[in-house]
Design a protein around this ligand. Structure first.
Ligand code: ZN
Length: 396
């Protein structure tokens, strides 16, 4: 029996323990900002496996960082996920923090995002320990704050301060896909101003909604142009501009003096976020020039450039081999149309891809009755345990 077989056998015996860990995490409310209980739980679990742990964060925000020292200390791999969830929201048929387990599914806010990844990262380390595996390289596990609101004080803070000093990273993801990178991602709040006037004499005012419509028409023409330029990268389509929210005006008979939109922009790797941003600003500037006394306000709320790991990188190949051994088949390797925490590592030259547990299409992530299949947790645990052994090397 090989060491890998032994590890897979240990994970099979751990099924009950894996489900209980998922239930325990789901029962600890950890909506963004509420880190007291979840951070202590994760830290204690890591320490129980021999990880050296710290709370590292700005303004007392407790990012949990643990390091399991290997026999040689090289290479160093980090598994990165997060503590926070989005709020439970309405429409649940079970208690979002009850940890219900039925028909092979564990329910709860955060069941997949992020707890499924958290469970498989912890359980993989547990399985390696139980099987007596001695890793050569260092295994770091980090569970961060604020991922659901952009991650600046989470993975952003940890990477800026080099608090997670590693050679490669695997970040939160799902069972049925490897994300080897992200598109670029930007978000803007755009505000048009004008002059209020009575609706019986609109010529005395300056209509902020009309001016925003001119901007939106310009954005739509730009979108049509962008849609012609298809990405050659699997998983991506074209650069998208989405006005996802609009707000303006106070009453039917008042010329509106203010209108605001939220613009979400996903940028394929073939395009540069700076070029796309310049075009958007140009569209706004042209409209602004028609009433320069009322300048537009532009707040950029997110700017992340595209980050992509090569398809033949050792991280991708090792993980894909491990997944194939467990699942019986390979999974698609794609670039994801969003910006997640792995980008912070990529910005610092640390290759990072995404893999974890759950299914984005099925599991009602961020919705009511979010769940994860117990079998997905077991599969993810096995694949990660094998990949960690392969990437870090083992003694004996
Ligand atoms: Zn997540």
């Amino acid at each position: 029996m090989t060491l890998a077989d032994r590890v897979l056998g240990v994970v099979d015996e751990m099924q009950g323990e894996i489900v209980e860990l998922e239930q325990a995490l789901n029962r600890i409310p950890s909506v963004t900002g509420d880190y007291g209980a979840i951070s202590k739980y994760l830290r204690a679990y890591l320490e129980g496996m021999g990880f050296e742990c710290d709370f590292i964060g700005k303004d007392g925000k407790p990012n949990v960082v643990g390091r399991l020292r290997g026999t040689t200390g090289t290479p160093r791999l980090a598994l990165i996920s997060h503590q926070d969830t989005v709020p439970a929201g309405p429409g649940w048929t079970v208690d979002p923090f009850g940890g219900d387990f039925r028909d092979g599914r564990i329910y709860g806010r955060g069941a997949t995002d992020p707890n499924a990844s958290n469970v498989v990262y912890l359980a993989a380390a547990r399985a390696l320990g139980k099987a007596g595996v001695r890793l050569k390289g260092d295994l770091v596990e980090a569970f961060t704050v604020d991922e659901e609101i952009g991650g600046a004080d989470g993975s952003g803070y940890l990477t800026e301060g080099n608090h997670v000093d590693v050679d490669m990273a695997i970040a939160e993801g799902r069972n049925n896909v490897i994300w080897r990178g992200y598109s670029g991602h930007m978000r803007f709040l755009i505000v048009s101003k004008g002059k209020a006037a009575h609706g019986n004499a609109p010529w005395l005012g300056d209509n902020a909604i009309s001016r925003m419509m001119a901007v939106m028409n310009g954005l739509e023409r730009y979108q049509e142009e962008l849609a012609q330029q298809r990405s050659g990268t699997a998983g991506l389509s074209y650069t998208t501009l989405l006005v996802g929210r609009i707000n303006g005006g106070v009453a039917p008979n008042v010329v509106p003096d203010r209108c605001e939109i939220s613009l979400d922009v996903r940028v394929i790797p073939e395009h540069d976020v700076n070029d796309v941003e310049a075009r958007i600003r140009e569209i706004i500037a042209r409209v602004e020039a028609t009433s320069p006394q009322y300048p537009f306000e532009i707040q950029q709320q997110l700017k992340a450039r595209s980050t992509v790991v090569p398809e033949d990188h050792v991280l991708v190949r090792s993980l894909q081999r491990s997944i194939k051994r467990v699942r019986g088949q390979e999974v698609p390797v794609v670039v994801y149309h969003a910006a997640g925490d792995a980008r912070f590592y990529m910005y610092r030259g640390i290759p990072a891809i995404c893999y974890g547990a759950g299914d984005s299409a099925k599991n009602k992530i961020h919705g009511a009755d979010e769940f994860v299949e117990a079998s997905d947790l077991v599969e993810g645990t096995k694949a990660l345990a094998l990949a960690v052994m392969d990437l870090l090397g083992v003694e004996g």
